[in-house]
Design a protein around this ligand. Sequence first.
Ligand SMILES: Nc1ncnc2c1ncn2[C@@H]1O[C@H](COP(=O)(O)OP(=O)(O)O)[C@@H](O)[C@H]1O
Ligand SMILES: [Mg+2]
Length: 269
Amino acid sequence: MIAIATASQKGGVGKTTLCINLAYSLAKRGWRVLLVDTDPQGGVGLSLTKSAKTREGFHEFLSRGGDLGKIVVPTRLPELEIVTSGRQETCAREDWSAHEMPARMADLLRGAELRGVDIVLMDTAAGMNGTTEAVVKACDFVVLPQQAEPLAIRSVPHLLETLARYRSEGAGVRVAGILLTMVMNEQEMSLKVARELREMLPANLMFQQSIPRLPSFLEASALGVPVALTKRNPPPEALIFDQIAADLEQRTGLSKEREKEQGHASLLD
Ligand SMILES: Nc1ncnc2c1ncn2[C@@H]1O[C@H](COP(=O)(O)OP(=O)(O)O)[C@@H](O)[C@H]1O
Ligand SMILES: [Mg+2]
């Protein structure tokens, strides 16, 4: 099992949109996925389940621990399960102590592994402190969605420094990649930022794919579904997440795991 967090300094960069669509693609590709909403604002839960604000979830687990099974919500895809953020009162309280968080995160990941989950995908609140810091530190990988705007040239190195500091403090988290979001393909500024970032960063640190800014993403979040489910036939932008999922499998070593499994199966046949 691997745990992947998404993180960004700013809000509104498309983290939650990425998590929902990527979780769906990974589940469609056969992985057992647990999507965990660690943002007190609860974007994942609010878009996917109506009862999210009254349901116990991640923040109750953080404050009391307990049985992960009780807070897991099934979806229509058997491979995809969700843990919502938690009740509004609990999320607002933030009275869990910081030093208990690493142990609770470890419990959560152990619980997920016992359920047979392959990938835990964690959506986070904007910023790199408090709960998000504990979440990112507990994960094996982090994906960094980044808006294609001029500020990115300064904010991406800063974010990478923060992650390097986490590692120097003993966390094992590695950057799976930086993913450009809300790219306006017809706008020179957006394309220029994308080009400059690719030139500035180590080769391969950025995902080949980027997520375009399109009205269909707004529609999808209003409907509370991945973009693939907004139409009878998935729109072309849904395929982007399948490509990102495939790339992520390579970047995290998941594809090797699958090859190994398939290898065993063919020996037995
Ligand atoms: N690629 C996109 N194109 C157009 N709108 C988007 C896109 N990604 C996200 N949005 C919209 O922008 C808003 C913020 O996105 P969200 O995923 O919630 O960001 P974050 O989780 O980083 O705060 C939402 O209303 C969402 O529907
Ligand atoms: Mg969000």
